[in-house]
Design a protein around this ligand. Structure first.
Ligand code: PMP
Length: 360
C-alpha cells in the first residue's frame, strides 16, 4: 500500500518502522499472548515498556539525573494550566514570551491562576519573528519565564534560547522536541504533547528539574500535582499505555537513525528544500517567517494572490499531498515536516512547488 504524502501539523506522520513494529507485535506482545493494550499497567511486561521509553528519552536528550521524566495526559493544553498551578505562587509573577497562538493560550490559563506579565511579544509583527528576550528585564523574584520553542501555526522557532535568567525557564516544545540536540540544563521544565515528533496523541511528556517539585501545594487536586507523577513513576493511575509503547518505538527509531545530530542535519536539509523554493520564486511564494526565525518543522507561506493560494492547495491535494492548508486561524499554506516525514516526500513537494510556479 502506498503511504500518503503526509504534511499534517499534528497528529502527524509517524515513522513507518514504528508502525510496522507495532503491527507485528499487535496480537502477541513479546510472548504475552496479548497486545500491549491488554496488559495490566502494573505488570512487569508493561513496566519494561514504560521504563524503556523513559530511558531512551533520557539518553537521546542527555537528561541529567536531577530531572524527572513524567508521562501525563490532557495534551500540552493541560500543561498551560498545570505549570502555573504548580509553580506560580501568590505574590509572584510569571513572565510569558508571546510568539504565537499557543503562547497566547498558555498565558490565558496562567492569568486565571496568578499574576502574569508579557515578557516580550512579536504580535505587532503578526508573529513573523522570535523577539529577543532581555534577561535583565526579568526580576529575580519572578516565578518563571515561559516560552514556546516552536510556533506551529506561524512557522517560527527559537534559534537561541534566553540565557542569563535567574529564574526557571519553562518551554512548550510540543512541535519541535527531538528535532535537534538540546542542552536540557538551560531549562527547568519542558513539556510536549506527543503527536508531532514523539508519537500518537494522548501522551504528554514533562521533563522537569526535581527541585521544582517542592513548589507544588498539597492542596492541588491529586491529578494536577506534578508530585503525584514523580512519586509514582507516572503510574499513580492508568497511564496511556499504548501511546507510551508507541513513544518507545519512535524513540528507538530516532536512536537507530543515529541520534539527534543526524536528525538535525536531516531536518535542516528538508527545510532548505522548501525554503529555497520560496526564496528562488521571485515573490511567487512568500514565506511568513522572517529569515532568522524560520522553523525547521513548520514551513508557512502564501502565494501572491488568494486565488493562486487556493489553486495551489487544490492542485496539491489532487497530486496526493495531505495537510498543506495553513491553520484555520491564519490561512495560507503550511508544510509540517517533522522528524518522521521522509526526505523524498519533501523533495516531491519542492518539485511540485517548482512545477506549479512554472505552469501557473
Ligand atoms: N503547543 C503547541 C506549540 C502546539 O503546537 C499545540 C498543538 N498543536 C499545543 C500546544 C496544544 O497541544 P494539545 O492539542 O496536545 O493540547
Amino acid at each position: 500500500m502506498n503511504r500518503a504524502l503526509n504534511f499534517n501539523a499534528g497528529p502527524a506522520a509517524l515513522p513507518e518502522w514504528a508502525l510496522k513494529e507495532a503491527q507485528n507485535e499487535l496480537l502477541n506482545f513479546r510472548n504475552t499472548g496479548m497486545s500491549v493494550m491488554e496488559l495490566s499497567h502494573r505488570s512487569k511486561d508493561y513496566e519494561a515498556v514504560h521504563n524503556e521509553a523513559q530511558s531512551l528519552l533520557r539518553s537521546l536528550l542527555s537528561i541529567p539525573d536531577q530531572y524527572e521524566i513524567l508521562f501525563l495526559q490532557g495534551g500540552a493544553s493541560l500543561q498551560f494550566s498545570m505549570v502555573p498551578m504548580n509553580l506560580l505562587k501568590e505574590g509572584q509573577t510569571a513572565y510569558y514570551a508571546l510568539t504565537g497562538s499557543w503562547s497566547e493560550k498558555a498565558l490565558k490559563e496562567a492569568v486565571k491562576v496568578g499574576k502574569t506579565e508579557v515578557a516580550v511579544s512579536s504580535k505587532e509583527n503578526n508573529y513573523k519573528n522570535i523577539p529577543v528576550l532581555d534577561a535583565s528585564s526579568i526580576p529575580s523574584d519572578a516565578a518563571y519565564v515561559h516560552i514556546t520553542s516552536n510556533n506551529t501555526i506561524y512557522g517560527t522557532q527559537w534559534k537561541q534560547f534566553p540565557s542569563g535568567l535567574n529564574v526557571p525557564l519553562i518551554a512548550d516544545m510540543s512541535s519541535d522536541i527531538l528535532c535537534k540536540p538540546l542542552n536540557i540544563e538551560q531549562f527547568d521544565l519542558i513539556y510536549a504533547g506527543a503527536q508531532k515528533n514523539l508519537g500518537p496523541s494522548g501522551v504528554t511528556v514533562v521533563i522537569m528539574k526535581k527541585d521544582l517539585l517542592e513548589r507544588s501545594s498539597d492542596n492541588l487536586p491529586t491529578m494536577l500535582n506534578y508530585n503525584t507523577y514523580a512519586k509514582n513513576n507516572s503510574l499513580y493511575n492508568t497511564p496511556p499505555t499504548f501511546g507510551i509503547y508507541l513513544l518507545s518505538l519512535v524513540l528507538k527509531w530516532v536512536t537507530d537513525q543515529g541520534g539527534l545530530e543526524v536528525i538535525e542535519k536531516k531536518n535542516e536539509q528538508k527545510a532548505s528544500l522548501l525554503y529555497n523554493e520560496i526564496d528562488n520564486s521571485n515573490g511567487f511564494y512568500n514565506g511568513h517567517a522572517e529569515l532568522d526565525s524560520r522553523s525547521t518543522m513548520n514551513v508557512t507561506f502564501t502565494l501572491n494572490s488568494e486565488e493562486a493560494t487556493k489553486s495551489f492547495l487544490t492542485q496539491a491535494k489532487e497530486a496526493g499531498f495531505v495537510g498543506l492548508n495553513g491553520h484555520r486561524s491564519v490561512g495560507g499554506c503550511r508544510a509540517s515536516i517533522y522528524n518522521a516525514v521522509p526526505y523524498e516526500n519533501v523533495e516531491r513537494l519542492a518539485q511540485f512547488m517548482n512545477d506549479f510556479r512554472k505552469n501557473y
